[in-house]
Design a protein around this ligand. Sequence first.
Ligand SMILES: [Mg+2]
Length: 363
Amino acid sequence: MTSQSQIRKIIHIDMDAFYASVEQLDHPELKNQPLAVGGSEKRGVVAAASYEARKFGVRSAMSGMQAKKLCPDLIFVKPRFDRYKEVSKKIRAIFNQYTDLVEPLSLDEAYLDVTLNKKGNPSATLIAQEIRAQIFNELNLKASAGISINKFVAKIASDFNKPNGQKTVAPEEVESFVASLDVRKFHGIGKVTAEKMYQMGIFTGVDLKNQSLATLEDHFGKSGVRFYELSRGIDHNPVIPDRIRKSLAAEHTFENNLASEIYMLEQLKGITTEVSKRLKNQNTAGKTITLKIKYSDFNIQTRSKTLDDYTLNYDVIYQTVKTLLLSNELNNSVRLLGISISNLNNTTTPKNDNVSSQLSFKF
Ligand SMILES: [Mg+2]
């Protein structure tokens, strides 16, 4: 049995002016030229602009007409998505040399979880550097990276030293980093929400953090909890590789925080029913059972046990989570309980070597 709340190491990699850079790579005569991928015709839209074009204010999603006005020498090329996909695949192959936990967001962006990685490198900062160097050496393309403890902060950080740069927000820097951010930079806060926040006097992360959870839930409904967490630099969303199902989970947030294990066990019965039903529906079974405990202070603890045999049986799962719950004292009252089953019999778990050498913490 393991009890862990390990700090994760997440990298967000974003290729610089990806489509335009691929065009410049394939057509050397376009190098160092102001270039727009997209249409120049009446309704044409710029899909991507080279950095030379950006100097003139040309941006993606801008109309071709407007772009041409800003930069009369702008060269337009038609997009070749098959080619971008092909290059994207090569970039993905480089990522996979470091970790299998790669979640692509688009052809030119991905999250990588390198907490445990195939190189046994404890420094996410150095891994990001290495990956960017490898992309440049093998593909002649430039990338930027953000490195932090979660997807939310890593993604914002990758914008900071763009192009061809990277930024690490170490665990102890996360809170102050988020505090100083304009809420309009928060991913997950759209234009309308940001405007509403501005009207409430919420301009930056620290303004957001100063709001009570009740106020945020009042004004923003379900998203209130998410904003409450983000303003504290908390984002538990995992890096989900290629949407291959590796685990199955169910969880429940309580209306009132629970302090008594007796009530928690009652709740766990319902959650177990849900999980066991889902396993049945997916025609699968799993060996590792994880109990997730989210405390009222939003800290999360997970407790796992790996069984000898695959199971989808209600009694087996319930007895296991019951044992896990009672195995250790709780730190606080509990806001949410969840059960997840991993090590499923329909997938193979990615191997991460050199795990022991990575226990020392380095960012
Ligand atoms: Mg990009």
